[in-house]
Design a protein around this ligand. Structure first.
Ligand code: IMP
Length: 206
């Protein structure tokens, strides 16, 4: 697998503004020129695979083919033990067509309570992120990271995105929705997958 070199233009294969912002922050120290799939008017492929890794591959390969540039994708979500891993790869879909995560978080809390599985300090859960770097021509590699914790209800904080306000990482006192973004980046599923990607594919930090 080739390494990326400083100055390379790379596509972030996502249409999710929260993820794109986090990727820009994570990629900033490496001197790459970052463009998003939306800025290039690339279509959003349907996520038809059954795993985070499979969907990440599908998005990165499509963006690399569509743009002729190396493409980095992320497929991620919240897995709740008491729900057998749901919402999992369907995390975005639980927010419905309006992409309202207050609704999605309430659905998760209601689903756990409906199973009578809400025990203090809260149900066990993890965020998982699979990152894929794909090259024009079809080569790709996937990196996976997880962060474990439990859910709180009511949700707390207005930072981050998605399910952040209801996730309290192990060893912490603040939810991802309350935490300073740098503190989230130090421990998050995406940051862990990103470190594996950096070790394998990135130029030195500048
Ligand atoms: P997808 O990977 O674009 O299919 O969407 C993943 C969904 O998982 C996002 O829309 C969020 O709802 C959720 N998710 C993934 N990563 C995070 C995170 O860091 N914080 C909160 N929610 C997340």
């Amino acid at each position: 697998m080739n390494r990326l070199t400083s100055g390379t233009r790379i596509v972030v294969a996502s249409h999710n503004s929260g993820k794109i912002r986090e990727f820009r922050e994570l990629l900033a120290p490496f001197g790459l020129s970052v463009v998003s799939a939306g800025e290039l008017n690339l279509p959003e492929p349907e996520e038809t695979e059954t795993t985070f890794a499979g969907n990440a591959r599908l998005k990165a390969v499509a963006a690399a083919e569509g743009s002729g540039l190396p493409a980095l994708s992320d497929d991620s979500g919240l897995e709740v033990e008491a729900l057998g891993g749901d919402p999992g790869i369907y995390s975005a879909r639980w927010a419905g067509p309006t992409k309202d995560f207050n609704i999605a978080m309430a659905k998760v809390a209601d689903a756990v309570k409906a199973k009578d599985a809400w025990k203090e300090p809260g149900p066990r859960a993890n965020f998982t992120a699979a990152l894929c770097l794909a090259w024009p021509g079809g080569a790709y590699e996937v990196f996976e990271g997880k962060v474990y914790g439990h859910l709180v209800w009511p949700a707390r904080g207005i930072r981050g995105f998605g399910y952040d306000p209801m996730f309290l990482p192990d060893g912490g006192t603040e939810t991802f929705g309350e935490m300073d973004p740098d503190a989230k980046h130090a421990i998050s599923h995406r940051a862990r997958a990103f470190e594996l990607f950096v070790a394998r594919c990135m130029p030195a930090r500048i």
